[in-house]
Design a protein around this ligand. Structure first.
Ligand SMILES: CC(C)(COP(=O)(O)OP(=O)(O)OC[C@H]1O[C@@H](n2cnc3c(N)ncnc32)[C@H](O)[C@@H]1OP(=O)(O)O)[C@@H](O)C(=O)NCCC(=O)NCCS
Length: 138
């Protein structure tokens, strides 16, 4: 088990700490782009390995600050999965959003039980993907 610290800000994070994310994405955002999207999100929670200083998990939310929030991204690095870090990131993010009416996210059916444990329920949704922008807006 690693010693993990959770922080709700990217203020002190550098792109050097952000290696290895977007596993399986054919055209992943670069660490600098990752840092940019974290900084532009309304809410973030990061899991940091207290020994190495490496960011090993993150979750983001964007919100209108009145009624609604959307959680676009959650990822835990493969070597750190299965230790409860993902669940803790979701728990901390939902705690920060608890005074909003609606909190939505999209996930594959196999992950619905994971989010259900955090109090969410299944829904249907729609999406659009511009794959030529997978690495981020120019
Ligand atoms: C989903 C994810 C964030 C979970 O992080 P984690 O730190 O491993 O989660 P926890 O240790 O808190 O919980 C693990 C539980 O999540 C569930 N889970 C994780 N990934 C799963 C998957 N692909 N399918 C089904 N269940 C999954 C399992 O129930 C698992 O329980 P187990 O440890 O008893 O097997 C991580 O697997 C990940 O980064 N996956 C790739 C990116 C991704 O799918 N993000 C979510 C987008 S909606």
């Amino acid at each position: 088990m690693s010693s993990i610290e959770y922080v709700a800000s990217v203020e002190k994070v550098t792109e050097v700490q952000l290696q290895g994310f977007f596993v399986g994405w054919p055209n992943p955002p670069a660490p600098a782009t990752h840092l940019r999207l974290l900084g532009c999100s309304d809410y973030v929670v990061l899991a940091i390995d207290a020994v190495t200083g490496r960011v090993v998990g993150f979750i983001t939310a964007i919100s209108d600050g009145v009624l609604s929030a959307y959680i676009p991204l959650l990822e835990v690095l493969p070597d750190y999965q299965g230790q409860g870090i993902g669940e803790e990131l979701v728990r901390r993010m939902l705690a920060r959003l608890r005074d909003l009416y609606m909190v939505d996210l999209l996930c594959d059916p196999d992950l619905q039980p994971f989010y259900a444990r955090a109090g969410m329920r299944p829904a249907t949704g729609m999406l659009l993907r511009n794959y030529d922008r997978q690495a981020g807006r120019l």
